[in-house]
Every structure is written in structure tokens, then in C-alpha cells.
Ligand binder design. Sequence first.
Ligand code: SAH
Length: 203
Amino acid sequence: MRLLDRGNYVRNGSSAYMDSPQSIGHDVTISAPHMHAAALEYLEAYLRPGMRALDLGSGTGYLTVAMMLMVTEGGNQDGAAFGIEYVEPLVPWSIDNIRKDGKGHWFDNPGSFMVKSGDGSKGWAEKGPFHAIHVGAAAPKVPKPLVDQLACPGRMVIPVGPRGGSQELLLVDKDVAGNVKTRSVMGVRYVPFHMDGTEPYTA
Ligand code: SAH
């Protein structure tokens, strides 16, 4: 997180470094730094150099960049990170943020770094499978396509629960044999994740 500047990813620079979420318009927020840090720590073993990451609800672009920095650490060329954001106008803004932060050259290689608009609950099968999947908004249920797109082994960090209600941060782990286990690590509060028409995962 020291390798990127949160000041390039917020609307109001004067509160960029406060440990709280901030509005980025469209009724959504950039997560607080401690939540970004928690997500990255839970995913650390799946963000080693050369691994593949997917960030759903990429918003400002901040966490997609943090993941890309980890999977390409030491100049690794195989590492890849992709973001999908539902609110279309946020995508060009996030691309500007990433350029301002000095990472614009990553867009020269769309095979390893890309941000697009769309419904992230479907995942991005063509770019998978992914060792690490991060969902940045609270889903009513775990979307099945995302579990399908996890690598063996792989981990997804996803807040699950009703809008404005009791939500939990879940770790969905797929082992080398493809077995899936889910556990809750903490209570959280996130904006809603859309998954209209996407099949939920059932164990
Ligand atoms: N990690 C981001 C979080 C932004 S808030 C950041 O810190 O900048 C969560 C984002 O999820 C919002 O921008 C919201 O528009 C987006 N979102 C909600 N449902 C989505 C979906 N189905 N697919 C992609 N993005 C979604």
C-alpha cells in the first residue's frame, strides 16, 4: 500500500489519508484503508508473484492496483490483475486515477491488466482461473460463477449479507483438489453488490 498513493484515487484529496471510507459519487465509496489492508492480508498467499487476481467492484481502481503490485513484485511478467466495475462512469475515472498514480504503462498489456465495466457477479471467465478474487461490495449470496473461476488452490474474499444489515466477510477457499470451504472472519458494512440473475453457490 506504500507503493500507491490513495490521494490519486479519491474525490477529495484533503481527507485522502484518513482511515475511513469516502464517497466517490454514485452512492458508493472507496473502502477505508484498514479494510483494503485486511483484504490484501487475507489474500496474501494468493497474490504471490506470477498469480492472477480479479477485483470485483473495482471502483476507484485502488485495490486492483494494489493486487497488481503484489502479483508483479520483483518484475514478474506472469502476474495479472483485472477489475470490473458496475457503474460505467467510474471506469474511465479509475483509469485516470491509475495513470495519475504512475501505472498507466500497465494498460499497454491488456493480457495482464485491464479494468472494464460490467456485472462482476458473472466473473471474467476468459481471464481466469484466478488465485485471488476480491469482491468490494456486499452480495446477497456467494455468486456461483466466482467459485467456478477460482484456481485450485485459490481464495475469494467476499462480504455477504443484506443491504445495510448484518454482513459478514467470508473467505471462500478452493484447495488443490477443488474442494471448497467457506468461513466467516468478521462482521462488516459494505455497499450492495448486484447479482441479478446470477446463480448463487450452494455447497
Ligand atoms: N474496492 C473499491 C470499492 C468500491 S465500492 C474501492 O475501494 O475503490 C464497491 C463497488 O462495487 C461500487 O463501485 C459498486 O458500483 C460496485 N459494484 C456493485 N455491484 C457490482 C457488480 N455486480 N459488479 C461490479 N461492480 C459492482
